[in-house]
Design a protein around this ligand. Structure first.
Ligand code: 2PG
Length: 233
């Protein structure tokens, strides 16, 4: 048996400001840091101490992992960062305020951008300085791998091979893993794990910094899922 703990990062500065974030590399807010620490304490109290950890290449997820590892006295664990766990790329919407956009474009359009499976937000321009091709952390990737905007369906397409080549072998080896990622990259993973339909996944929101525990058998089949409630201060 293997346990996989899925953890969305704590509140970021742009969760707080209600701005579309995507691949923008914003840090955790003070609340987000406290949430990440509390998540680590909760895992330690529950005896959920993984042997290996995975995260994205974005600061809010990496720092959540660091704080959770520190709080659970596990800073020595191996950490594997992978761009395929990044948040869904929100294209030209990145930086915009979600409420302002609802006023300008209507709640239905904004909901489609945020939660429909296949609706892609408008692309970031190729020459926009925020385009990932200008970011050194993606320098080893082929230009065709770098999104200018993603629908959730596109995020599923990049998370699926990560599951097959990285997480699944770890599960089959009987190892427990902590995966710290983002609202929509976790929705992409959970869609396949729990068999959500393209329409059904629109109704799933992953809470900030609340550990979701998935248990798998040695064949990599999901056998159980639980949510850990955070310990009270
Ligand atoms: O802005 C984002 O990148 C995400 C996560 O915060 O937002 P949403 O939940 O609207 O997809």
């Amino acid at each position: 048996m293997s346990r996989v703990i899925l953890l969305r990062h704590g509140e970021s500065e742009w969760n707080l400001a209600n701005r579309f974030t995507g691949w923008t590399d914003v840090d955790l807010s003070e609340t987000g840091r406290a949430q990440a620490w509390a998540a680590g304490e909760t895992l330690a109290t529950a005896g959920l101490l993984p042997q290996v950890t995975f995260t994205s290449v974005l600061t809010r997820a990496i720092r959540t992992l660091w704080l959770a590892l520190d709080a659970s006295d596990r800073m020595w664990l191996p950490v594997h960062r992978d761009w395929r766990l990044n948040e869904r790329h929100y294209g030209a919407l990145q930086g915009e305020n979600k409420t302002d956009f609802e006023r300008r474009y209507g709640a239905e359009q904004v909901h489609a951008w945020r939660r429909s499976y296949a609706t892609r937000p408008p692309d970031l321009e190729w020459d926009d300085e925020r385009h990932p091709r200008f970011d050194p952390r993606y320098a080893a990737l082929e230009p065709g791998q770098l999104p200018a905007a993603e629908a959730l369906a596109d995020t599923v397409t990049r998370v699926r091979p990560w599951w097959s080549d990285t997480l699944r072998p770890c599960i089959e080896a009987g190892r427990d893993a902590l995966v710290v990622a983002h609202g929509n990259s976790l929705r992409a993973l959970i869609k396949d794990l729990e068999g959500y339909s393209d329409e059904g996944i629109a109704g799933l929101d992953v809470p900030l910094a609340e550990p979701l525990i998935y248990e798998f058998d040695r064949a990599g089949e999901l056998v159980d899922k639980t949510t850990l409630t955070l310990s009270e201060e």
